[in-house]
Design a protein around this ligand. Structure first.
Ligand code: M6R
Length: 596
C-alpha cells in the first residue's frame, strides 16, 4: 500500500530524510516513488520502479528545501508510470500533494476541474487535490485555508500531505487512512507509518479522522474540521529502530520467523501465572461475551478461525467471517462481542466490518499489533499482541503472536479445566519453536519439491487454519499454486487435483481420533501417488505413509498448531528463496491493505 513521509526543519538533510523514510516504507509494497521539496519553488522528482530508481533520478537533479514530502505508490488508479507516481502538481507547479487512500468522488471533481480549464497529467484520483487547492488560492484563500477547502470537497479515504512554493510548512489531513506525526529535537516528521521516521524520534502523535495538522520548523499544530485546536497526547514508541533492520538475515521474513520465540515471550509477559493457572488480560477478562463474531482478512482470518475454535471448545458460541463479507453476516445476538483480528489495525475491510458491527449495536474489540492504529482507537477494547514491527509483507511472527493472544483471550474469559496445562504449553512455545528453528529439515524438503506443479495442505480442527495459512504463505511468496483444505474435504472434490507432482503437506499431531481420521485422508493421497510430507509430533504412525517428515515437539494440542505452522513457514520461505522470488515484497501485494 502507499506510504507517506514528510519532514520539516532540517534543510540540509530533508531530501536524505525523505528518501531514507521511503526506503523504510518499502515493506508496505509499492510500484513507484517520489519526493517534493518546497523552497522558492516546488521541486518534484518521481519515478516508477524501486527507490533505487528514484535515487538514480535524483543524482542528476539539484533539489532542496526546508519542507518536503515523499510517497511510495501502490497503483489503484492507472498503471505504475512516472506520471502516475506521487507527488502530483497543480497547473502552476506551486502545489505538490501526496495521498494514500481512494477519493471516491474524484471523477466528478476532475470533470468540473477540466471544464474549468485545468490540465491533468496523470490517471490518478489524487491529482484533483492540487488543482482544487490551486482554485482556492486563485480565489484569494491563504495556504492553510486553500488546503482545508480542497480537503472539504473530498469523499472517500485519504491521508494527504501538501507543500506549497515559498512556504516551509507541511499541511496534512486524514480520513480513514493513517497518519502519524513525529516530534524530533530539531525537526518534525509525518508519515503513514512510524518506521518511516523512527530513526529520528520515538515521540509520536497519532492523528484521528477529520484532523488537520500543520508542521513548521518552529512547531506543530493540530485542529479539527472547524479549525478549532485539538489537544493531542504525545506517545512514546516502544520498539528500537534496529528492530526494523535485517540483522544479518537474507530477508526480513526469515528474520521475523526467527523472532517468533521473542515475540511470543513479549505477548505472554505479565499476563500469565502458571502456578495458579490464571491469566491477567486486565478489563478484557471481565467482558463475559455471550457469543463472539470474529472478522478478519488473510492470515489474520486464519488466526480468527483458530481463536473461534478455542472459544467454542470452551463453551462460547463463536463464528468467523471474512471481513469483506461481514455485511451479509447474521446480526450479533445478545451481548455478543465482535472481534477484529488485524496486525496492522488499518485493514480497510476489517475496519469497515467493525464499524458495521458497531452500527448493529455490538461491543467491539481488536486483537492488533499496532498501538494507536485506527482499529485500536475505534474499538471499545484492544488486546495487543506485542509482536514488534513486522516488515515482510507476508505475515509470520504476527500470526504466532495472534494465536498466542487468542489463547490468552480464551483463557482469560472462559473457565477451562486444563488451563494450567495450556499455560505451561504456551510458556514452552518459545523454546519449542527455537528447537524447530535450530533443527528443521524444511530446506531439504523445499529442495525436493521446489519444482512441483502445486502444493496442498490438509489439517483438522485447530490444524485446519494452519493448513490454510501454510497454503497462503506458499502462494504469496513462491507465486505457485497452493491450497489448504480441511483434511476430510479432500475426497469431496480436491482429490481430483492430486497427482505425483502435487506434494500434500498433512498436519497430524497427537494420536487421537482427529489424527487417525487425517491419516485416513493421507492414505487416500498416497494411493494416488502424491508425495506426502507429514508435519507431526511422532505420536501417531503417519510417518509410515509419508515421503518426508517435518518434526515438531510434543505439546498441548493448542500449541501444536503453532509449532506445525513454523515448519510450514520455513518450507515456503525456502521454496521461494530457491526460486529467487522477491520474498519480502511479493508481486502485487501490500503489507497493509487500506482499500476495500
Ligand atoms: O493487517 P491485517 O492483519 O489486517 O492484514 C490482513 C491481511 O491483509 C494480511 O494478513 C495478508 O493476508 C498478509 N499478506 C498475509 O501474509
Amino acid at each position: 500500500m502507499c506510504g507517506i513521509i514528510g519532514c520539516v526543519g532540517r534543510e540540509d538533510e530533508t531530501l536524505d530524510v525523505l528518501v531514507h523514510g521511503l526506503s523504510k516504507l518499502e515493506y508496505r509494497g509499492y510500484d513507484s516513488a517520489g519526493v517534493a521539496l518546497s523552497g522558492d519553488r516546488v521541486d518534484v522528482c518521481k519515478k516508477s520502479g524501486k527507490i533505487a530508481d528514484l535515487r538514480g533520478a535524483l543524482e542528476s537533479r539539484e533539489i532542496g528545501g526546508a519542507a518536503g514530502i515523499g510517497h511510495t505508490r501502490w497503483s489503484t488508479h492507472g498503471p505504475p508510470t512516472d506520471a502516475n507516481a506521487h507527488p502530483h502538481l497543480d497547473c502552476t507547479g506551486d502545489v505538490a500533494v501526496v495521498h494514500n487512500g481512494i477519493i471516491e468522488n474524484y471523477q466528478s471533481l476532475r470533470d468540473e476541474l477540466v471544464s474549468a480549464g485545468h490540465s491533468f497529467q496523470s490517471d490518478t484520483d489524487t491529482e484533483v487535490v492540487p488543482h482544487l487547492i490551486e482554485d482556492a488560492l486563485a480565489d484569494g484563500a491563504d495556504h492553510e485555508a486553500a488546503v482545508r477547502e480542497a480537503i472539504a470537497q473530498l469523499e472517500g479515504s485519504y491521508a494527504v500531505a501538501v507543500v506549497l512554493s515559498g512556504d516551509d510548512t507541511i499541511y496534512a489531513a486524514r480520513n480513514d487512512s493513517p497518519l502519524v506525526l513525529g516530534l524530533g529535537e530539531d525537526a518534525y516528521y509525518l508519515a503513514s507509518d512510524v518506521p518511516a521516521f523512527r530513526d529520528h524520534t520515538d515521540q509520536v502523535i497519532y492523528l484521528a479522522d477529520g484532523e488537520f495538522a500543520t508542521l513548521h520548523a518552529d512547531g506543530w499544530h493540530v485542529s479539527d474540521v472547524d479549525g478549532d485546536e485539538v489537544e493531542k497526547t504525545v506517545d512514546t514508541v516502544e520498539w528500537d529502530p534496529e528492530e526494523t533492520g535485517k540483522s544479518g538475515y537474507d530477508h526480513f521474513m526469515l528474520k521475523e520467523i526467527h523472532e517468533q520465540p521473542r515475540a511470543i515471550r513479549q505477548c505472554l509477559r505479565g499476563r500469565v501465572d502458571e502456578l495458579t493457572g490464571s491469566v491477567d488480560i486486565g478489563d478484557l477478562g471481565d467482558l463475559s461475551p455471550t457469543g463472539v463474531q470474529f472478522v478478519a482478512c488473510g492470515t489474520s482470518y486464519h488466526a480468527a478461525l483458530y481463536g473461534a475454535q478455542l472459544l467454542r471448545d470452551a463453551g462460547i458460541p463463536a463464528q468467523t467471517f471474512l471481513a469483506s463479507e461481514y455485511a451479509t453476516a447474521p446480526p450479533p445476538i445478545g451481548d455478543a462481542l465482535v472481534v477484529g483480528v488485524t496486525q496492522s489495525g488499518e485493514t480497510a475491510d476489517t475496519l469497515s466490518a467493525l464499524r458495521e458491527a458497531r452500527k448493529r449495536g455490538a461491543r467491539t474489540m481488536t486483537v492488533t499489533n499496532t498501538v494507536g492504529s485506527t482499529a485500536a482507537r475505534e474499538c471499545d477494547h484492544a488486546l495487543y499482541i506485542r509482536a514488534g514491527p513486522e516488515i515482510g509483507v507476508a505475515a509470520s511472527k504476527t500470526f504466532a503472536s495472534q494465536l498466542t493472544a487468542l489463547n490468552l483471550f480464551s483463557l482469560g474469559t472462559t473457565r477451562t479445566s486444563d488451563s494450567r496445562e495450556i499455560i505451561g504449553a504456551l510458556r514452552d512455545l518459545p523454546s519449542n519453536i527455537q528447537a524447530i528453528l535450530d533443527e528443521s529439515n524444511a530446506e531439504a524438503v523445499a529442495e525436493t519439491y521446489v519444482d512441483s506443479g502445486a502444493y496442498f495442505f490438509i489439517g483438522r480442527g485447530l490444524q485446519y487454519p494452519v493448513a490454510l495459512e501454510g497454503a497462503l504463505k506458499m502462494k504469496e511468496i513462491t507465486y505457485k499454486h497452493a491450497e489448504g483444505f480441511a483434511a476430510g474435504e479432500l475426497k469431496h472434490g480436491p482429490l481430483a487435483l492430486v497427482t505425483d507432482d502435487t506434494p500434500v503437506f498433512a498436519v497430524v499431531t497427537g494420536d487421537g481420533e482427529m489424527a487417525r481420521k487425517t491419516i485416513g485422508n493421507v492414505k487416500e493421497v498416497e494411493a494416488r501417488d502424491a508425495p506426502v510430507v507429514a508435519v507431526t509430533d511422532g505420536q501417531s504412525d503417519v510417518e509410515r505413509y509419508a515421503d518426508a517428515v517435518l518434526e515438531v515437539p510434543e505439546t498441548h494440542p493448542q500449541a501444536a498448531a503453532m509449532l506445525a505452522n513454523v515448519q510450514l513457514q520455513l518450507v515456503s520461505y525456502h521454496v521461494a528463496d530457491k526460486l529467487g522470488r522477491s520474498i519480502d515484497k511479493p508481486r502485487n501485494l501490500a503489507k497493509s491493505v487500506t482499500v476495500e
